[in-house]
Unconditional design. Structure first.
Length: 101
């Protein structure tokens, strides 16, 4: 699921990008938000290279999985929030250390 986010961003594939989102998450990211996210990621980080699992925690009723995401021009952390029951749909995600400038 985590890798799918970045491969879909790289390929400009909105439908595949959102396929693992729960209903609320899918409704919160429309195609124009996806396009903005895609542009910002490519401009600041370059091309997607690799994603490495770091750890999973259980916080406030959700599974939180952390990954290091490598791009051609740097890396950052992905915080992926999953529903606690199978099929563990994505309820949110953040990039806590994504470069802002």
């Amino acid at each position: 699921m985590a890798q799918n986010i970045f491969i879909s961003l790289e390929n400009g594939d909105y439908q595949t990008f959102r396929k693992d989102f729960d209903e609320k998450m899918a409704a919160s990211i429309d195609e124009s938000t996806f396009t903005s996210m895609q542009s910002m990621t490519v401009e600041r980080m370059g091309t997607f290279q690799n994603i490495t699992y770091q750890q999973t925690t259980y916080e406030e009723g959700y599974l939180i999985t952390y990954y290091e995401v490598d791009f051609s021009d740097g890396n950052f952390t992905l915080r992926l929030v999953h529903e606690p029951q199978s099929p563990y749909m994505i309820a949110g995600f953040w990039f806590p250390d994504f470069p802002t400038e």
